[in-house]
Design a protein around this ligand. Sequence first.
Ligand SMILES: [Fe+2]
Ligand SMILES: [Fe+2]
Length: 170
Amino acid sequence: MDKKRREILKFMLGSLAGLVNLKTLPSEAHSSISSESQFINLCNLAISHEYGAIIQYINHSGIIQKRKIWSVLLENMNDEVVHARELTRILIKEGANPTVAAWPPQTGKRLIHLLKEDIAGENAAIELYQQILDLPESSSYRDVIYPFLKREMVHRERLQRLINALSPKG
Ligand SMILES: [Fe+2]
Ligand SMILES: [Fe+2]
C-alpha cells in the first residue's frame, strides 16, 4: 500500500472507530476495546473502500477509450458492488450501522496512472480483508469474506496483465 493511501486508511479508521490499530496499543489498552468493535469498524472501513473503488472504476472506465481495458474495470466493479452489499448485510446481522461513506476515489488523465491507482486500491482491499480475516469474530463470516479476498487478488491480476500488455519488457 502506498504511503498516502495508508495515511488515509489510518485517518478513516480513526474517524470511523475512534481507534488505532490494536497491534500498536499497549496490552493493557486491549481490554478496554472489544475486538467485536474492531471487526465492525474494519467491515465499515471495507464498505467505504468498496464504495470508493466503485466510483473510481466508473470514472476510470469512462475516461479510458479502449474497450478491452474499460470492460475489465467494469467487471471488477461488479464484484465490488457485491462486496459492499454483503458487508452491509453482515453489519446489519451484527446490529451495527453500515456506513454509506465512500473512500476518496483517485483519478487522472494517463491510462497507466489510472491503472496503477486501481492496483493500489486492490492492494489496500487485500490488506484490509486479510486484517478482517485475522479477527476471531470473522470466523462466522469466513465463507462470505474469504472469497472477497480471493476476488481482490483476481482483480489485481487482471489489472497487472493490462499494465504488462501496455509496457512490454525490453
Ligand atoms: Fe471488493
Ligand atoms: Fe477489487
